[in-house]
Design a protein around this ligand. Sequence first.
Ligand code: FAD
Length: 384
Amino acid sequence: MKALIIGAGIGGMSAAVALKQQGIDCDVFEAVKEMKPVGAALSIWQNGVKCMRHLGMGDIMDELGGPMHNLAYQDGFTGDIMTQFSLKPLLDAVAERPCPVSRADLQSQMIDFWGRDKVQFGKRIEKVEQTDTSVTAYFTDGTSATGDMMIAADGTRSVVRAHVLGKELDRRYAGYVNWNGLVDIDTDIAPADQWTTFVGEGKRVSIMPIAGSRFYFFFDVPLPLGLKEDRTTVVADLKGYFKGWAKPVQTLIDAIDPETTNRIEIHDITPFDTLVKGNIALLGDSAHSTTPDIGQGGCSALEDSVVLGQCFSETNDINTAIKSYEEKRRFRVQDLVLKARKRCDVTHGKDMQETQDWYDDLRVEKGENIILGIKNTIQDGPLG
Ligand code: FAD
């Protein structure tokens, strides 16, 4: 049995590993010649870490995961602590730790785990042909490949999705711009073992420790789509948006490297019901494209792969396994996208009164509610 895996992101690489665990041969095709991740880092929550362990890649998490032991929210302007608590109860409840990781390092190590020489780079799929028993991928370089099935992990702008759904889907602008990057750890910005978030005016500034004594940072600002801003103006832009904010925020802006700071207009896609067509399955962002507001896009791609592997452990019939994958994943991924959308709106001031109520709640939060919310999200995953 041969699977064509389209895309060598978190989704594609984890799917290849999951299918290999079931004895299925995989050929991996990646559009770009050199991987350039869109973000500096990401938080792999415990559901994702459990999937990585299940797939034999736990060591990668142990090596790359930063020491995120505590969580705090601070008032953006005064810097006053609104809430601050240990994440240990969450670790105890789900028997795993969260791992904020460098995205480039994660991506690179996942490819190495699979075998870099077994990924065919520079292969951009442009067309799919499908019969009852085979799938053929046609690439923009004029070549093609045929297998018994296809796992399309070709990201939020998926080409294969239109084939599976029979129509193109629009991405929806979520209403805010995210700048992200890495800086050396500096305790004048935030404690080295804490996920720290400054909030105010529907904006936020967040800092997470990753391995290698580095902070992953991101700034979110509600803004119209399509502003003419880029790397050359990033420091001035952020100084403007965060004028009057607390000293640690100004220290962070002074520390960033514009050359390596990403600016992303955040989008998602309204959830849809169809994730598969016969012997083709969508996986990861091609199947469910979410805002990053609950840090679950990559984690849910990892969940998809684990479930896909589980489905093939139950049957050798490709169409049955792929249909079962869809049944097991559909509601979970819809729920995550909508949860993230709701969180996005509250965080970014879609209704400023709701956002103000959330700030007020944070000032009396002892940690239980936030931990319960994260725990519920994690425990609904395939590995509990
Ligand atoms: P991608 O990572 O997009 O990979 C798709 C791959 O397919 C790419 O390598 C691409 O080059 C390739 N490709 C595209 N088109 C073709 C084609 N036509 N032919 C062949 N190959 C193709 N998730 C978390 O879990 N935690 C977080 O904290 C988090 N933070 C985020 C922060 C930001 C700012 C953003 C934007 C996202 C964040 N995410 C987070 C989401 C996460 O990045 C994605 O959900 C995850 O990368 C999806 O993986 P994927 O493999 O499905 O897609």
